[in-house]
Ligand binder design. Structure first.
Ligand code: ZN
Length: 501
């Protein structure tokens, strides 16, 4: 019943029918966070989008290996391979071990993406745990003539690579000559590089550098782009199926990853499909740490950012991230979050509506259910059409709402259920449940306050006692006991305790 899945490939600039290299296996790699401070809401988009992608691939029957890395070394303050390592800098400022900083923010990130409904990746490798693999990759690149050592640092030779016809810039659609013209004045502090386009594979570390390892070129640490090429190859092979990240990673990060893999003994583009999700803006302006214009994930969950009038739950945030197609920008504002909450609750209420779709007793199905079945099956199929079209979750959600409208009309007039066959109805209900809960990963959140509900139950208990309605008193006692609560009648009034049985 499903159309084939197509995905937009940044590398070819077109939507392609997705065919795994070695079906039924699919290897997916998502560039994860650099764990030097708390992630902002924009950083949650990648994990949520790729969670839906891997969930959907699994739903389609593929055996997925999903790798999402943690960058704990090598990411410098500037993309031009200058400045301090982001994690070292934070560690120095807070007088901590760099790995303490990495651990703290990696744990926080994990907790956040977990409550956002992201299933854990199959492998979560760290850059610092793969120094050997990275050194090996550099050696291959040097052997192939695309890397050179200066003063204990090793750089990737972009002009040599390009002269060999490998096409540096093919992912981000950049022309080397134009890049060169734009970077002529930019060589300050980069004298070691033969060309300003060259990028660091290995950087020499001086004594004050907190994170360093021995290498054939002396003490140092790997360049940021290197870890993903090395870890993708280790866990997904020389060529994986899908590699992704935010649009801001397309250049230089992913461009350099491709160059490293092409320049190594792998001789591949590292991944066949390169996927990039768009960014999140705040009230129309780009959200970024460097602009100081961002909402952290905790601030969103706690409502402690001036942009927001209140807290929004993780599932509302997940719905918010999925109600737009991943290649479109999304603007976060209080109004947008409120609309997301409304939409999320509507989908959740739909799950309960499904339970009411029962043919009233004594009614019989119509002789010809074909017309209603055709309509219902089309509404059901539409929900998949959106997902199959480059993982368009926005269209999928809109189609789910259309299907829900139909469910609601059945629930309001159960006699109309006679027009539709049991099979078509079950198919529709199963699709709705599966897409909402298993593929979009939207779960019901407990939002009622347990203390308030207990207080309410105890007030009914008191009323029943005052009215000497002992049957009701017993019912309330028994119901609370089911919940592990014992009601106690004391001189001072009604009290409760946890059952110790
Ligand atoms: Zn990466």
């Amino acid at each position: 019943m499903h159309h084939p899945l197509s995905l937009y490939n940044t590398l070819t600039r077109k939507k392609e029918s997705f065919e795994p290299l070695h079906a039924p296996f699919v290897g997916v790699y998502l560039c994860g966070p650099t764990v030097y401070s708390e992630a902002h809401v924009g950083n949650a988009r990648g994990p949520v989008v790729f969670d839906v992608l891997t969930r959907y691939l699994r739903y389609l029957g593929y055996t997925v290996r999903y790798v999402r890395n943690i960058t704990d070394v090598g990411h410098l303050e500037s993309d031009a391979d200058e400045g301090e390592d982001k994690i070292s800098k934070m560690a120095r400022a807070r007088q901590l071990e760099p790995m303490q900083v990495a651990e703290q923010f990696a744990n926080l990130y994990q907790r956040h993406v977990e409550v956002l409904g992201c299933l854990p990746p199959d492998i979560q490798p760290r850059a610092s745990g793969h120094i050997t693999e990275q050194i090996e990759l550099i050696q291959e690149i040097i052997t192939n003539g695309f890397g050179y050592e200066v003063n204990g640092s090793v750089y990737f030779d972009v002009p040599a690579y390009n002269a060999a016809g490998r096409g540096y810039g093919k992912l981000s659609n950049r022309v080397v000559d134009e890049l060169l013209a734009g970077s002529r004045d930019n060589l300050a502090g980069q004298e070691e590089k033969r060309s300003p386009l060259d990028f660091a594979l290995w950087k020499k570390a001086d004594a004050r550098h907190l994170m360093q390892w021995p290498s054939p070129w002396g003490q140092g640490f790997p360049g940021w782009h290197l870890e993903c090429s090395a870890m993708s190859r280790k866990y997904l092979g020389q060529m994986s199926d899908i590699h992704g990240g935010g649009l801001d990673l397309m250049f230089p990060h992913h461009e350099c990853e491709i160059a490293q893999s092409q320049g190594s003994h792998s001789h591949t583009d590292e991944a066949r499909v390169w996927m990039h999700h768009n960014m999140i803006t705040v009230n129309g302006a780009k959200m970024s740490k460097s602009l100081g214009n961002f909402i952290t994930i905790s601030e969103l969950f706690e409502g402690t950012n001036a942009t927001l009038s209140q807290a929004y739950s993780p599932m509302v945030a997940r719905f918010f991230l999925l109600q737009a197609h991943y290649r479109s920008p999304i603007d976060i504002s209080d109004e947008a979050m409120q609309a997301a909450r409304k939409g999320y609750r509507k989908l959740m209420n739909g799950l309960r509506v499904l339970e009411k779709l029962v043919l009233p007793e004594g009614t019989e199905r119509a002789a010809d259910t074909a017309p209603a079945d055709t309509e219902l099956r089309k509404l059901t199929q539409d929900c998949f059409t959106g997902l199959n079209d480059d993982l368009n979750t926005a269209r999928c959600i809109a189609s789910l709402f259309n299907l829900l409208r139909k469910f609601n009309s059945y629930a309001a007039n159960p006699t109309t259920l006679v027009q539709v066959s049991e099979a078509a109805l079950t198919e529709a209900a199963t699709a709705y449940r599966t897409l909402v809960q298993d593929v979009l990963g939207l779960q019901d959140e407990p939002r009622a306050n347990a203390q308030d509900l207990l207080g309410l139950a105890l007030s009914f208990y008191q009323e029943a006692k005052a009215a000497k309605d002992y049957a009701k008193v017993d019912v309330i006692r028994a119901a609370l006991k089911e919940q592990g609560i014992v009601v106690k009648d004391t001189k001072a009034g009604v009290d409760w305790a946890y059952s110790e049985e």
